[in-house]
Design a protein around this ligand. Structure first.
Ligand code: F6P
Length: 337
């Protein structure tokens, strides 16, 4: 059997470890051949590939990014039509056949899962693996990359405490997460945030300002506000800069903002993500060997299982107010808006 593997969408720590998990298991355990596709679905359209050998797989476990490269190419966009009239999905399937690929392994986030589902609907053999720092993929408890991003963001929040304390300031830190608040919730709680704003929970600047002023009355001379990049009011995105300005205006307390940005996506994966990547990669290969196509591997509790791509495509896993971290946080006096 010969499989193709690609990584698509924004990168994150753990992709290389996942490629390693897939390829080592495929080559050593199942005797499969593996072709690495460069630059996500773009490489499938141009046949930009490399043959993966055991040698290609050294030094990958702790390496950030993706050695195959990635892109946000979506072959089904605009009805799949390229400007030159070529139907991209048909071209991709033809290229797979030309390269002798029996199955395509897609490592990616929500957009990639959607694309993988569409290829599966076309009759292409696909198996996918959930990857994102946003943790917003339906059907899996966690995606690899999330734990690493939480670790980086938590370290950043930890560092803000001392400088906030020295200057008696309010510090607003914006973390990624796209449309959901998982990263803000997990890093905000782990980093001891006093106010945590998520896209899923409406917030009110007046209320936040009162919370901060009450803290000052109780002798808390500084406050840490963690905001998810996706927060909005009146349908308008509200970045950290806006939140900081509004808090300073309402409280009169000096307020500074920090936008953490792409640091959250760079560098080495945590041990948790390395092991999750290894397990997911291995299980993806098992699905292929068993002929179970059109599925995404998923973490459920401590078990790796799989879900049908048709079940998850187009859905978003969001934070709910009943999540235990929100419930326990509220009981401890943390403000969520
Ligand atoms: O999905 C991962 C993510 O890092 C989001 O948190 C963020 O909104 C987005 O990607 C940034 O995308 P880009 O790499 O296109 O700037």
């Amino acid at each position: 059997m010969r499989i193709g593997i690609l990584t698509s969408g924004g990168d994150c720590p753990g992709i290389n470890a996942t490629i390693r998990g897939v390829c080592k298991t495929a080559i050593h355990h199942y005797g499969m051949e593996v072709i690495g596709i460069h630059g996500g679905f773009q490489g499938l359209l141009t046949k930009d590939v490399e043959y993966i050998t055991d040698k290609s797989l050294s030094g990958l476990l702790n390496l950030g990014g993706t050695f195959l490269g990635t892109s946000r190419e979506k072959p089904f966009k605009k009805g799949g039509m390229a400007p030159d009239g070529v139907h991209k999905p048909t071209l991709a399937a033809q290229n797979m056949a030309d390269l002798g690929m029996d199955c395509l392994v897609c490592i990616g986030g929500n957009g990639t899962q959607k694309t993988a589902a569409k290829f599966s609907d076309m009759g292409v053999n696909v198996v996918s693996i959930p990857k994102t720092i946003d943790n917003d993929i339906w059907g899996t408890d966690f995606s690899f990359g999330f734990d690493s991003a939480v670790t980086i963001a938590t370290d950043a929040i930890d560092r803000l405490h001392s400088t906030a304390s020295s200057h008696k300031r309010v510090m607003v830190i914006e973390v990624m997460g796209h449309k959901v608040g998982w990263l803000a919730l997990y890093s905000g709680m782990a980093g001891g945030g006093d106010i945590i704003l998520l896209p899923e929970i409406p917030f009110d600047i007046q209320n936040i300002s009162e919370v901060i002023q009450n803290r000052v009355r109780r002798g808390k001379t500084y406050s840490i506000v963690v905001v998810a990049e996706g927060i909005q009011t009146d349908g308008i995105k509200r970045p950290a800069e806006y939140i900081a300005q509004e808090i300073e205006r309402a409280t009169g307390i000096e307020t500074r903002e920090t936008v953490l940005g792409y640091i959250q996506r760079g560098g080495s994966p945590t041990p948790f993500d390395r092991n999750l990547s290894t397990r997911m990669g291995g299980h993806a290969t098992e699905l292929i060997a068993d002929g179970q196509f059109g599925r995404m591997v998923a973490l459920k509790g401590d078990d790796i299982s799989s879900v049908a791509l048709s079940e998850i495509a187009g859905k978003l896993k969001v934070v709910t107010e009943s999540h235990d971290l929100v419930v326990q946080g509220r009981r401890m006096g943390i403000c969520f808006g």
